[in-house]
Design a protein around this ligand. Structure first.
Ligand SMILES: Cc1cc2nc3c(=O)[nH]c(=O)nc-3n(C[C@H](O)[C@H](O)[C@H](O)COP(=O)(O)OP(=O)(O)OC[C@H]3O[C@@H](n4cnc5c(N)ncnc54)[C@H](O)[C@@H]3O)c2cc1C
Length: 344
C-alpha cells in the first residue's frame, strides 16, 4: 500500500481540488486491472479504499471532503465500506446496527461482518439505522474514524483466497460520532449504497479481468515450456483451443467493462444494469479462466510452487462480494422488466 501511495495511485479517483488526479471510473479500472494481474489481494485493498471513499466523494459536504480526501489521496489513510452484518448479507436492508441521534451526534451500536480493510483502514463509511421503524429507508451513512472510543475490531477472517487482504468484524458499542460525520441526509444511506455499488462494480469486474489476464499469461508461458510426447503442450490443438477460449472470453469481459466505465464517465444517470452485467460476466469468466489455467498446468497447477492455484482461489470471491452473481442477475432481470413495463 505504501508503494501504491508513493506511485500516486490513490490520487487517481480523487478530484484535483483535493490533491487528487481527477480520474474517472475507467482510470480506476485500469489501475485495479494491472494490480490484479499480479495480486488480487493488493488490488482489492486498493479498490476497497475507492469504495470507502465514494460516499464522501459523491455525497460529502465540502468540510468533510477538505478534512478527509487529501489524506486519502496521499495514501496516508485507507478507507473501508461497512454494510454487511451477520444477519444481513444479500438482504442488506435487514441491517440491525443503529445510530441513535443524541445531542451533537449519533451513538452507534452493532456489529459489521466481513469488512475489507477492517483494522487497516483509518476511515470507515458505516451504514446504520437512524430510524429503526423505517427499515432500509431509515438507514444513514456515517463516517467513523479508527480511534473513536467504542469502536473496536473483532474476528479477522481466515479465507480461501485474497489472503493478503484484511477482512474483519467491526464492533460498535456506544460509539459516539459527531453530527458532522453524517454523509448526505438521514434516511438516504441505503439509496446511496445502491448508487455507490453501481459506480464501483466495474472496479470489481476489473479485478476479475486483471486476474484472468495474469492466469492466461502464466498458462501460455507454461504451455510453451512444458514438453510432453516430445513437443511443447501448446502444440496440441486441445490446449490451443482452451487458451483461445480463455483469451476470447477475457477480451469480451474487458470490452464490456471498459464500455460500462466509459458510460459512467460520460455522466450517464442510469447504469445499474450495465454495471451489474460487467461484474457478473467478468467474475464468471475469471473463475473459468483461472480453473482452466490450473488444468493447463496439470499437477504442477495444483501445487503452491506456481502462482496459478492462488489465482483460482482468488477468483472465487469476485463472484460473491459487492452483490453475489445470483443477486446481480436478479438486478439485471428487474431492470429488464422495468424497461419493458415502460415501453408498454
Ligand atoms: C472476503 C470478503 C470481503 C467482503 N468485503 C465487504 C466489505 O468491504 N463491506 C461489506 O459491507 N461487505 C463485504 N463483504 C460481504 C459480501 O458483500 C457478502 O458476503 C455478500 O453480499 C453475500 O452476503 P452473504 O455472505 O451474507 O451471503 P447470503 O446473502 O447469505 O447468500 C448465500 C447464498 O444465497 C444466495 N441468495 C441469497 N438471497 C438470494 C436471493 N434473493 N435470490 C437468489 N439467491 C440468493 C446468494 O447468492 C448466495 O449464493 C465481503 C465478503 C467477503 C467474503
Amino acid at each position: 500500500m505504501k508503494d501504491l501511495a508513493n506511485s500516486d495511485l490513490f490520487r487517481i479517483f480523487i478530484p484535483e481540488e483535493y490533491e487528487g488526479l481527477g480520474g474517472g471510473c475507467l482510470d480506476l479500472c485500469l489501475v485495479v486491472e494491472e494490480l490484479s494481474r499480479v495480486c488480487s489481494s493488493v488490488a482489492i485493498s486498493y479498490a476497497a479504499t475507492a469504495l470507502g471513499s465514494f460516499p464522501l466523494l459523491e455525497y460529502g459536504t465540502e468540510a468533510q471532503k477538505q478534512k478527509y480526501l487529501p489524506a486519502i489521496a496521499d495514501g496516508k489513510k485507507l478507507t473501508a465500506f461497512a454494510l454487511t452484518e451477520p444477519t444481513a448479507g444479500s438482504d442488506a436492508g435487514a441491517i440491525k446496527t443503529t445510530a441513535e441521534r443524541v445531542e451533537g451526534g449519533y451513538i452507534i451500536n452493532g456489529t459489521k461482518q466481513f469488512i475489507t480493510n477492517g483494522g487497516e483502514a483509518e476511515i470507515y463509511t458505516v451504514i446504520a439505522l437512524t430510524d429503526k421503524t423505517r427499515g432500509a429507508r431509515g438507514a444513514s451513512a456515517l463516517l467513523v474514524e479508527k480511534d473513536t472510543p467504542g469502536f473496536s475490531f473483532g474476528k479477522k477472517e481466515k479465507k480461501l483466497g485474497i489472503r493478503a487482504s484484511s477482512t474483519r468484524e467491526l464492533i460498535f458499542r456506544n460509539c459516539l460520532v459527531p453530527e458532522e460525520n453524517l454523509i448526505g441526509k438521514e434516511g438516504l444511506g441505503f439509496i446511496m449504497t445502491l448508487r455507490v455499488f453501481d459506480w464501483t462494480r466495474p472496479g470489481i469486474a476489473a479485478q476479475a479481468v486483471g486476474l484472468a489476464q495474469g492466469a492466461l499469461e502464466a498458462a501460455v508461458d507454461y504451455a510453451r515450456q512444458r514438453i510432453q510426447f516430445g513437443h511443447p503442450i501448446i502444440s496440441q490443438p486441445v490446449v490451443q483451443n482452451m487458451l483461445a477460449d480463455m483469451a476470447i472470453e477475457l477480451e469480451a469481459a474487458r470490452a464490456l467493462n471498459y464500455a460500462v466505465a466509459r458510460t459512467i464517465d460520460s455522466g450517464a444517470k442510469h447504469f445499474t444494469e450495465e454495471s451489474a452485467m460487467a461484474k457478473v460476466f467478468a467474475s464468471d469468466m475469471a473463475m473459468k479462466v483461472t480453473t482452466d489455467a490450473v488444468q493447463i498446468f496439470g499437477g504442477a497447477g495444483y501445487m503452491r510452487d506456481y502462482p496459478i492455484e492462488k489465482m483460482m482461489r482468488d477468483a472465487k470471491i469476485i463472484q460473491i462480494y459487492e452483490g453475489t452473481n445470483q443477486i446481480l442477475r436478479s438486478t439485471v432481470a428487474f431492470e429488464l422488466r422495468k424497461r419493458k413495463a415502460k415501453r408498454e
